[in-house]
Design a protein around this ligand. Sequence first.
Ligand code: MG
Length: 282
Amino acid sequence: MKLLTCEYAGRAFAGVSDGSRVWEAAPDMLSLIAALDGALPGASLCAGEGVPLEAVKLLSPIPEPAQDVVCLGMNYAEHSVEAERWGGDAEFKKNAGKAVYFSKRASRIIGPGDFIDGHFDIVDSLDYEAELAVILGRDAYKVSEAEAERYVLGYSVFNDVSARNLQTAHKQFYFGKSLDTHTAMGPWIVTRDEFGWEPQLGIRCYVNGEKRQDSNTRYEIYGAAHVIAELSAGITLKAGTIIAMGTPAGVGMGFTPPKYLKSGDVVRCEIDGIGALENTVE
Ligand code: MG
């Protein structure tokens, strides 16, 4: 089942979809997640005719998250190698064997077709990062790895847009990762029951049709079970929490010379079984 946020007939709402039709389910996704109360959406939400999926305008599934996005850094080995070339993995090396976590401010998450503001007055090295987003369906506190799966609602495609000059100029990632429109997610959330645990899915990113990233989520160093168990040992991860699981190799900064984004570039992130998220830099 797909969970989505959309506009239809001049109104925005959260709904469920079987891939061909959409049924309105709640005013917004966080209300829908609260109503589901940890359960996966069932067929009862698909009562009535619904509307054709092609007729709605898809928005980010969670346009206004309740909290910052939890992000993993250096969570694919090959990406940590390319990051080493520009000195970006010092923390990873220092903390070998420990996941790297950081937070991404996202007052508003952009969705399919929305523009990425390059902020080129303060950014000279705009970059993309295709990632698997894990969305929690219930509050998680002191959850073991064995129990973690049932706290996951589903998955989406995520672009951790990054301003490399700000990311490296400041001691921590927060500013460089958090500029307005630099969090993109969509086109929807696919519920966890459509995949094995943990999902092993092809993940790719294209810029203007050129394939830049091509990997599989099976190569994540730390999977969702590890992350949920580790963080929930001391933090209550609220329902609706978004965890961005890190990006594989092939980001712009990894090329020699770097291939940073410029105005007009079209970035397409895609994950097998979930879908594609395309945004243009303005
Ligand atoms: Mg990232």
